[in-house]
Structures are given as C-alpha cells and as structure tokens.
Ligand binder design. Structure first.
Ligand SMILES: NC(=O)c1ccc[n+]([C@@H]2O[C@H](COP(=O)([O-])OP(=O)(O)OC[C@H]3O[C@@H](n4cnc5c(N)ncnc54)[C@H](O)[C@@H]3O)[C@@H](O)[C@H]2O)c1
Length: 253
C-alpha cells in the first residue's frame, strides 16, 4: 500500500520489537528516515539493521520514555541527525499480568502508569514544540481496546490506556489550529512478544484470544503499522483526536 507523506522524518518509541518495529519498517519502506527509540539497544539496533538492509535510513537512540532527560535527548538526537521531526509514534508500553483490581500492587500501578501514561505525555511534551516550530506534523499514540472499554484483570493497564486516549484528545484539540494532528491507535490482541508472554504458556488462553475477535484470529503487527501510517499520511488530513480501533471487530460486539 502506498501513502502520501508531506514529511520526511518519523520517530518510533518501543521500536525494538513488535508493533513498533513493524511500524518503523513500514515508515522506512515509504522513504522516511526513521529514529528508533527503545530501552532495548539490541532490539533497537536490530530494527535499524533491518531498515538499512532494505535500503532505508534509520538511527537507534537508547531511551527510557519514563525519564524526561532521556526524552529530551531523544528529540535532540533526532534533530541533530535528520534536522527535523514530522511524525511521532509514541508506542512504548508495558503490560504486567494482573489479578482483579484489589489484588494489584502499588509497584505494578506505578510501573504501568510510568511507561504507558507518563511516557506518552513526556514524548508529546517534547515533540509538540518541534512540530509547532516547523508548522505542523502528526502524532499517533498507542492505546488499546483496553482504553476503549473494560479489560477484566487488567484494570491498571486499562486505566493507563484510557489515559492515553485522554492525552491524545486533549493534545489534538489544543494543537488543531497549528496543523498538528494527534490520534491514537487501539489494537486488540496482536501477535507480539507481549502477546506470547501473556498467552502462549496456556493454549486455552490463545484459543480464547482468537475467539475474542469476530474475524476469528488475533491481529498481525503489520495491520497496526498500516493504520499508524494512514493516520500520519495526508489521506488522514481531516482526522484528529480519534482513537482508531484495529481490532478484528472486537469492540463491535
Ligand atoms: N500486543 C498486543 O496485543 C497489544 C494490544 C494492545 C495494545 N498494545 C500496545 O502496543 C504497544 C507495543 O506493544 P507490543 O505488543 O509491540 O509489545 P513489545 O513488548 O513487543 O514491545 C514493546 C517495546 O517497548 C519497549 N519499552 C518498554 N518500556 C519502555 C520504556 N520505558 N522506554 C522505552 N521503551 C520501552 C520494549 O523494550 C519493547 O521493545 C504497547 O503500548 C502495548 O501496550 C499491544
């Protein structure tokens, strides 16, 4: 699928694996220069190697999105290497196996909120001034179907993803007149390491996961990447503040 992009540089957090890696590869395949940010240097460099092997241009920057100094450095490295930023995919996120709400721990709460909420907020906080100075751009944040509705035994994760949608909508409204669009993508269960950690140990869980989606299967990382690219592309010029479910029909039930 080919899309039209008016910008040249994309940034992907959580780009070492899963949805982030696939989206970084998809941006590069469209001719964009890509900055891959992640805690995991081995995986991040691996993504960069894959992009270069396919003839693209990319750079890895080690970054913990929960630390403001790291995020500031990430944006400084982006500008230093490529001179600008046009699209940001704030996708780094964690899911910790939880019980029912009363069984959660304070440490789990703090860890999930730090990456999924504070990380997205810090990234947008430091990306928006750059996009403003350049006269526009687009941001996509990774929420989840757990950000659109209840997710039993995942209450903290669900709250964190609802918060991502709140940040997305607020930023979209605040910066709409400045030609900056901000949207969220809401995957259902996607075949990534995160999924495998949560489901693979138990085949009944994997079968249950497939059955949650009317399309009868879990999703592929490429199916999230194409939604992210669409939301960044000129084809989505009239779309902002939207939380796009890419969920095999799960939220239609
Ligand atoms: N896989 C799914 O089924 C699914 C469903 C809905 C939403 N999501 C969301 O999609 C996003 C990507 O998940 P994935 O499935 O590709 O998971 P993944 O675990 O394969 O990849 C997540 C990446 O984020 C990185 N990361 C974690 N904490 C970080 C931090 N503090 N700073 C920088 N990088 C950090 C990890 O190192 C990893 O490379 C997450 O936000 C997740 O919540 C995933």
């Amino acid at each position: 699928m080919s899309m039209t992009f008016s910008g040249q540089v994309a940034l992907v957090t959580g780009g070492a694996a899963g949805i982030g890696r696939s989206t970084a590869l998809a941006f590069a395949a469209e001719g964009l220069k890509v900055v891959v940010a992640d805690l995991d240097a081995t995986g991040g460099e691996g993504t960069v190697e894959l992009i270069r092997a396919a003839g693209g241009e990319a750079l890895f920057v080690a970054c913990n999105v929960t630390r403001e100094a790291d995020v500031q450095r990430l944006l400084a490295c982006t500008v230093e290497a490529y001179g600008r930023l046009d699209y940001a995919f704030n996708n780094a996120g964690i899911e910790i196996e939880q019980g029912r709400l009363a069984e959660g721990s304070e440490a789990e709460f703090d860890a999930i909120m730090a990456v999924n909420v504070k990380g997205v907020w810090l990234c947008m906080k430091h990306q928006l001034p750059l996009l403003l100075a350049q006269g526009g751009g687009a941001i996509v944040n990774t929420a989840s179907v757990a950000g659109l509705g209840a997710a039993p035994k995942m209450s903290i994760y669900s709250a964190s993803k609802h918060a991502v949608i709140g940040l997305t909508k607020s930023a979209a409204i605040e910066y709409a007149k400045k030609k900056i669009r901000v949207n969220a993508v809401c995957p259902a269960v996607i075949d990534t390491d995160m999924f495998r950690r949560a489901y693979e140990a138990d085949p009944r869980k994997a079968e249950f996961a497939a059955g949650m989606h009317p399309l009868g299967r879990i999703g592929k990382v490429e199916e999230i990447a194409s939604a992210v690219l669409y939301l960044c592309s000129d084809g989505a010029a009239f779309t902002t503040g939207h939380a796009l479910a890419v969920d095999g029909g799960a939220t239609a039930i």
